[in-house]
Ligand binder design. Structure first.
Ligand SMILES: [Zn+2]
Length: 394
């Protein structure tokens, strides 16, 4: 009881202090101060080189308001190592786009009620020439109703993972593939934080929904309710690396395109799928495959380039596509999403009008709005970023 009382007194008397930066003298114990916000990064950030030539860090910062009244987040600064200048700063408007009370996507706000927590979905594209920092730390400025004052606090110090992402071969053949809901500011995969088995998981952080454009820039020709009218339907799906199949399913029917199915059990979300163990603790999920097309079984060894199935529209899918992501365990959801790179591809265009434009094209059958890259950009060992249009290398 004494400890609790002391904290309460500290809040009442003091300004709402956070942790001060660590003392310079290593042997000195840190000064003990109550803190009005508690912050920590959920998973160590893992950098990835994007198809824009920049290194990207995509991760989640949890902030908990331990006061009884509302907190208004005004600024989040992200710092690398001992830098004085921040790598990125989010103002209140940007926080309101990226911060979600309870981590619920679509629930974004820069405010936390009393005793509430939220998750900031953060993305730092490192400036050209800046090496990947070994550590990140965060400085948060907020208004506290309880104290009628602003305070600035530092927390969320985290080591950046130094491991290199797995290098993959092409998952599909040919030209015209568009990277739907890709890294790093789209939301449907990047913010698919799920409370599972007593903890948060974000297996889809770097997932891509691959679709295919026809020569006229459309995803589908003719009746949009027919799976076979989508350019990608039935395309062969390739093993992206040598490995071992650790799980599959092949018996679910295609959904009628145009809407997500109602009431689907979580066990059927991936539809017909394969999980490929590519070694080094990395597993590749291929989801929504065509009924009966999955031609691998658990325990099969496959080689890079082997056909393992065909693109379909099974499971939680509103139109035929290949959902691909890499994760740190064999479960497609109960895992942490890992970044990955493809060893050879060419970006020919980008839909710079964003997810809303892509959704419009999917919902109406009209062409995607593309900005061609002239000349096309041949890329090695990078992650195709959101809405890039890709031709696969060999
Ligand atoms: Zn997906």
């Amino acid at each position: 009881m004494k400890t609790l009382l002391a904290l309460a007194v500290g809040f009442a008397l003091g300004s709402p202090l956070g942790h001060a930066p660590r003392a310079e003298t290593p042997a000195a114990p840190a000064a003990v101060k109550p803190t009005a916000l508690v912050g920590e990064v959920l998973f160590p950030p893992k950098p990835v080189l994007g198809s824009d030539g920049l290194q990207h860090l995509v991760y989640e910062l949890q902030l908990s308001n331990v006061t009884a009244e509302r907190v208004q987040l005004k600024r989040i600064g992200i710092f690398g190592d001992d830098d004085k200048e921040p790598l990125a700063v989010l103002d209140g408007a940007e926080i309101a786009q990226r911060f979600s009370p309870a981590g619920r996507r679509g629930n974004e706000s820069a405010e936390l009620g009393g005793y509430q927590y939220g998750i900031g979905f953060l993305h730092v594209a490192l400036p050209v020439g800046r090496t990947v920092p070994q550590r990140l730390r965060h400085e948060v400025e907020a208004w506290f109703d309880q104290f009628k004052a602003d305070a600035t606090m530092q927390f969320g110090a985290i080591a950046v993972a130094s491991s290199a992402p797995p290098v993959l071969g092409p998952p599909l053949r040919g030209d015209g593939y568009i990277a739907g809901d890709g890294c790093c500011d789209s939301t449907r995969h990047v913010r698919a934080l799920l409370p599972l088995n007593g903890g948060f998981r974000l297996a889809q952080r770097f997932a891509i929904d691959w679709e295919k454009l026809g020569a006229d820039g459309r995803l589908v020709q003719g009746d949009r309710k027919q799976v076979g009218n989508y350019h990608i339907y039935g395309e062969p799906i390739l093993a992206v690396a040598d490995g071992t199949i650790v799980d599959t399913r092949n018996d679910l029917p295609d959904q009628v395109p145009g809407a997500l199915p109602d009431g689907l059990p979580i066990s059927e979300a991936d539809g017909n799928f394969a999980v490929l163990d590519i070694g080094g603790g990395a597993f590749v999920l291929y989801a929504h495959m065509k009924p009966g097309s999955v031609r691998v079984r658990t325990g099969d060894k496959v080689k890079r380039g082997n056909v393992i199935g065909e693109v379909g529209n099974t499971g939680n899918s509103s139109e035929p596509h290949l959902h691909l992501h890499v994760m740190d365990g064999p479960s497609p959801l109960l895992a942490d999403g890992l970044p990955y790179v493809f060893d050879a591809f060419t970006v020919k265009a980008i839909d710079r009008a964003g997810t809303a434009d892509f959704d419009r094209a999917a919902e109406t059958g009209s062409p995607v709005s593309l900005t061609p890259l002239v000349p096309p950009l041949a890329i090695r060992n990078a992650l195709p970023l959101d809405l890039s249009v890709v031709e696969w290398g060999q």
